[in-house]
Design a binder for this molecule. Structure first.
Ligand code: ZN
Length: 242
């Protein structure tokens, strides 16, 4: 089983009518709902308003892949928690950052850059599959068309991705590196651009398929438990003399 924790700040999807219209039970319920269709995923939800932001050590220590959606509440996530999540990624945990999580402290911390981009609400997107043999693109056609999505455009201030899977094109002519993979220590990081809170993006079956694929791609084969240090290693000659 892959232990997946779906974290959402849960601010706009409990207070804004235009968001509740699209996600009446909140965005977490939608994302956890389609992930829960997979029999090898063990899915739980966590939100900012819970004690310890829903991520006490026992939850984080039992998470293989963390999904992160955030927008208004980035600053409310304590630095100490960000450090813990970063450390767990370095030890092997996978992390998937969705849409406005580009400005989250944890993404900025993992990237080491500002992660800024340009934006405009109310556009349409063609999400081009530019790496069809990549596991995250499995089952996806040449492109996914979203008739309403917020434009996020270049320059996206990220380090060069290790692998690029999707490229987004918008009605205004802007483009963005929309599906990007990085390795950080033993962990895998995927940023996926679609998913504005008042658009029905997470109801789209192709978008659901991509996020499910990303969970499987990011699943760690191994999570290091002990602290990372620089061990001294004996020379082979010394071992032979033992
Ligand atoms: Zn947005």
């Amino acid at each position: 089983m892959i232990n997946v924790t779906v974290w959402n700040e849960h601010i706009q999807d409990k207070s804004q009518e235009n968001v509740l219209k699209v996600y009446p039970d909140g965005m977490n319920a939608c994302i956890a709902g389609f992930l829960g269709e997979e029999t090898d995923f063990n899915v739980r939800c966590a939100t900012l308003d819970e004690p310890e932001c829903g991520l006490p050590d026992e939850v984080l220590d039992n998470t293989d892949v963390l999904i992160w959606w955030a927008h208004c509440g980035h600053e409310q996530v304590p630095d100490e928690l960000v450090k813990k999540i970063h450390d767990r990624v370095l030890r092997g945990m996978g992390i998937i950052l969705l849409h406005s999580a580009h400005y989250s402290k944890i993404f900025q911390s993992l990237m080491g850059t500002t992660c800024s981009l340009c934006w405009r609400e109310g556009d349409r997107e063609r999400l081009w599959n530019i790496n069809p043999s990549h596991p995250i693109a499995k089952g996806i056609g040449n492109y996914v068309y979203l008739d309403v999505e917020e434009m996020y455009g270049e320059r996206f201030d990220i380090p060069q991705p290790d692998e690029l899977v999707f490229l987004g094109w918008f009605g205004g002519g802007e483009v963005i590196r929309a599906g990007c993979c990085w390795n950080r220590g033993l962990g895998k990081v995927f940023y996926f651009q679609p998913g504005h809170e008042s658009n029905p993006t997470y109801h789209n079956k192709d978008i659901q398929r991509i996020i499910k694929n990303a969970v499987r791609w990011a699943e760690p084969a191994f999570i290091r438990q002990e602290p990372i240090d620089a061990p001294h290693v004996e020379s082979p000659e010394k071992l032979l003399n033992k």
